[in-house]
Design a protein around this ligand. Structure first.
Ligand code: F6R
Length: 586
């Protein structure tokens, strides 16, 4: 789970790579480095965030028109300068940056024991493997042969001191190439080069690319054959990937939800109709996602029950392989993911395809691995989500779930109307006055050790998602429960002043208020989120009545609260500790 970017063209490479690394930091931010080629290899790397490293050792003055860079999220080996990328071989002539995991690292290391490895990473072995192959082959052939021997996931950029070409390759981990005029930007993700071009080549697994100023040449790593790849143009723009007037991406992306929810429902009718046909014909439907996307799936299952009267199973991506035996060629798997690169979701889809099941994906990043491994795709059109926490992609996923549930019930226009009505509601929910009120609540909560969130029915997944948002960014322990479940054990933790956020929604009002009362009777501090105040509440957050769209309206104040808590507690809302945006390891 790291970010890589390279540049080859007529401009100085280091400043371009530096700006790309800052855009990729959501993928990993414990160390970073750049290597350029100019009469030899020049490398600078260190631990810390890209901008802090730059202020210490100036990353932009490396000379040359070709270069590669990396921002790391440690998997193999601690956070040290030695483990930071780029890595070189013994001779210092081959230099690589790598995102992924080399599964046969130990075996290769034993085989190359006469090589001097300088780091504890699995990645460095690739440089040595190429060095070994170069004893009797040229750079490109040596790299091809070496990569054939590597097991696991990689997206890789490779330079050789004595060659003006760059090699890019991918298997399992994401890699795209930005195409400018006489310049190329291979990178883990599109925002890295959006300032320079919107033209993109999406690489497939086992693509091996030789890049020089005249353009890329593509080969299949498995059989060595020449292949063609097409250039597509993305509808994202550079501004979307910038913070603009906002201090953090998280706040910017929360506010963007007024627009992004509306963009999500803007789907081609023919595709929605086809999907509805698949849903109706399926014998067994599974919703699969991880983390926040899993909560969208869970909400979807309530919507399908309530609106479409259709049974669906919901499984977290990492658990999906255990359900393999329920899958047939009549099963429909609906995979939900912002990045389209989450390893557990991709593995789930692989399992489904092995069994002949159909795969529909609801995904934000066009060209991602998930879009390529699905029979049909519905894009959420949220634009780049840079903050590590998912906010706007989540509500877009919810909007699509709602739309599909209504479409399956044969009432798509009703669904669309409900979602269109959200425009003003979401605008008001994210207004400055609302943010200020939530800041006051954050001030009350900022030193608490525990927070609990409860909801029933549609509000149960909302309680889970609220808890995830609050804990992952503020580091306050927060747990979400179904309203009726707290009394089966966890109520033992309620003490005087323990905050419990209670989501009140149509149809579950009476029961959830009585659950809140059980907590209040034990000293709990009740924060009500709903359309109507109540004597039970010690603090009230008003949200408009929106019926089945409540999961969207009720989560927005929680996203804002999570943001305010992070800021007050001195945490970085865009880059919470230990996390990375796309979890590309199992
Ligand atoms: C939490 C969050 C994660 C992701 C999860 C899946 O705020 O962002 O829980 O939702 O890692 O990621 P995607 O949606 O990219 O598959």
């Amino acid at each position: 789970m790291c970010g890589i970017i390279g540049y080859i063209g007529e401009k100085q490479a280091a400043p371009i790579i530096f700006s790309g690394l800052k855009k990729l930091e959501y993928r990993g931010y414990d160390s970073a480095g750049i290597a350029t080629l100019n009469n030899g290899i020049h490398i600078k790397k260190d631990v810390g965030k890209v901008k802090d490293i730059h202020s210490r050792i100036n990353l932009t003055d490396l000379p040359g028109f070709i270069g590669i860079g990396h921002t790391r999220w440690a998997t193999h080996g601690g956070v040290t300068k030695e483990n930071a990328h780029p890595h070189t071989d013994c001779s210092g002539e081959i230099v690589i940056v790598h995102n992924g995991i080399i599964e046969n690292f130990q075996e290769l290391k034993r085989e190359l024991k006469h090589h001097k490895l300088k780091s504890e990473t699995d990645s460095e072995i690739i440089a040595h493997l190429i060095e070994e192959e170069m004893e009797n082959k040229g750079f490109v052939e040596a790299a091809k042969t070496a990569l054939k021997r590597v097991e696991g996931h990689f997206s890789l950029l490779i330079l050789n001191k004595n060659d003006k070409r760059m090699i890019a390759a991918r298997r399992g981990s994401p890699l795209v190439i930005g195409v400018g005029k006489g310049e190329y930007f291979p990178a883990s993700d599109i925002p890295a080069f959006l300032d320079y071009t919107k033209d993109v080549i999406y690489l497939h697994d086992n693509d091996f690319v030789v890049l020089d100023k005249n353009g890329p040449k593509f080969f299949n790593l498995k059989n060595g054959e020449n292949i063609e790849r097409v250039v597509s143009t993305v509808d994202w723009d550079a501004e979307q990937a910038k913070k603009g007037e906002f201090e953090h991406f998280m706040l910017k992306e929360i506010i963007e939800q007024t627009e992004t929810i509306q963009k999500a429902i803007n789907q081609k009718m023919e595709i929605v109709e086809e999907v509805v046909g698949d849903i109706k014909n399926a014998q067994g439907i599974f919703f699969v996602g991880c983390g926040t996307a899993y909560h969208a799936c869970l909400t979807g299952s309530y919507l399908f029950s309530k609106v479409a009267k259709k049974h669906v199973n919901v499984v977290s991506g990492s658990e999906f392989p255990h359900f393999e035996h329920f899958l047939t060629d009549k099963t429909l798997v609906i995979a939900v993911s912002q990045s389209g690169e989450t390893a557990d979701v991709l593995e789930a889809v692989k399992t489904a395809r092995k069994r002949g099941s159909k795969v529909l994906s609801i995904v934000n990043v066009m060209g991602s691995s998930l879009t390529r491994n699905s029979d049909k795709v519905l894009l959420t059109h949220s634009g780049p989500e840079i903050c590590v926490l998912s906010t706007k992609a989540y509500t877009a996923q919810l909007a699509l779930m709602l739309l599909l549930a209504y479409a399956t019930a044969g009432k798509i226009e009703d669904g669309r109307d409900q979602l269109k009505n959200l425009y003003n509601m979401v605008y008001n929910l994210t207004a400055l006055s609302k943010r200020k009120k939530l800041k006051k609540l954050a001030e009350k909560l900022k030193d608490k050790e525990h927070i609990f969130t409860i909801g029933r029915g549609l509000m149960y997944p909302t309680a889970l998602e609220a808890a995830l948002k609050l804990k992952e960014v503020s580091y306050i322990h927060t747990e979400g429960f179904a309203g009726g479940d707290l009394k089966h054990g966890t109520i033992a933790l309620i003490e005087k002043g323990t905050p419990c956020i209670t989501f009140v929604s149509n149809g579950t009002e009476k029961e959830i208020l009585s659950n809140a009362m059980e907590i209040k009777s034990r000293g709990g501090y009740i924060i009500g989120v709903g359309p109507k105040n109540n004597d039970i509440f010690d603090y009230f957050i008003k949200v408009p009545k929106s019926s089945v769209a409540d999961p969207i309206t009720h989560i927005i104040p929680m996203q804002i609260l999570a943001y305010q808590l992070a800021v007050l507690r001195g945490c970085d809302p865009d880059k919470p500790r230990n996390l990375a945006k796309s979890v590309t390891v199992k």
